[in-house]
Design a protein around this ligand. Structure first.
Ligand SMILES: Nc1ncnc2c1ncn2[C@@H]1O[C@H](COP(=O)(O)OP(=O)(O)O)[C@@H](O)[C@H]1O
Ligand SMILES: [Mg+2]
Length: 242
């Protein structure tokens, strides 16, 4: 929650600063001699006020995208479409990616089967993994700062079909001694890291009967993949889509 709050504060600062400067500009005009003497044209205030209004709407959009994400509710297991899951977290991931000059590419295989899951918990897993990926690319050259989110049928699945979601970065990678402790609670290599992200991700994915693994990215960096069993075919459709 603290991590979301810091991203939010950073993103809101920009529209708020813009609103402040447009409105003080408008006030300066109102206080000018021409205006005070009643000879000025009030229409010259229009552009500044329109821009302030647009920035206020932008700030509202940012807050709504976070509000939908952090709303409290009882856990529900439902049929979740991976495509709609990814699409609903992307605006939040973008806030952070933008802050660190990271581009996002998504690739979602067509007609993936849904999974039975608590949608909000999966959103948090995806958010944690992408956050780590973005953080791992912070010191990289700009052309390496690309975050990829790929979803496809898990080709390693044997009996029941599974859906795999990979979060791929070209960051600093994971040395052997870090790999051993990756999922331990409170293990972090970051100055301000809490070290709970991956521990919670793994617990959540295993709770859903899935696996969370990582591999070296052949291009440099790391690939985290979670794989979940597809929902049995007679399940009702994803209710949260509508
Ligand atoms: N995509 C990644 N690339 C490189 N290292 C990673 C990545 N994801 C996680 N790590 C390593 O695993 C550690 C634990 O991650 P996490 O549990 O999310 O805690 P935190 O992000 O608070 O450090 C990180 O400190 C980092 O060293
Ligand atoms: Mg983390």
């Amino acid at each position: 929650m603290g991590e979301i709050a810091s991203t939010l504060a950073h993103e809101l600062n920009q529209p708020l600063a813009a609103i402040s400067s447009y409105t003080s500009g408008a006030l300066n005009i109102l206080n000018s001699e021409a205006m005070l003497s009643g000879n000025g044209d009030p229409n010259i205030l229009r552009p500044a006020l329109e821009k302030a209004s647009a920035q206020a709407q932008r700030a509202g959009q940012i807050i709504r995208s976070v509000h939908a994400f952090v709303k409290k509710r009882d856990p529900i297991r439902e049929s979740v479409q991976i495509k709609s899951l990814i699409e609903s977290v992307i605006p939040l991931i973008e806030l952070q990616a933008h802050q660190f000059f990271v581009g996002i590419q998504t690739s979602i295989a067509p007609s993936l089967p849904p999974v039975m899951a608590d949608r909000m918990l999966l959103e948090q897993v995806l958010f944690n993994l992408t956050r780590n990926a973005i953080e791992a690319m912070q010191q990289m050259a700009p052309e390496r700062r690309i975050l990829r989110v790929w979803a496809s049928l898990d080709k390693n699945a044997t009996t029941t079909p599974r859906v795999a979601v990979s979060v791929i970065d070209q960051g600093h990678g994971i040395p052997h001694e870090v790999a051993e402790r990756l999922f331990s609670p409170f293990f972090s290599t970051k100055a301000e890291g809490m070290g709970m992200g991956l521990n919670i991700c793994r617990t959540t994915i295993e709770f859903h009967g899935g696996t969370l693994t990582h591999a070296e990215n052949p291009l440099g960096g790391t690939i985290f993949t979670f794989s979940l069993p597809a929902a049995p075919e007679n399940q009702p459709d994803d209710v949260s889509k509508t």
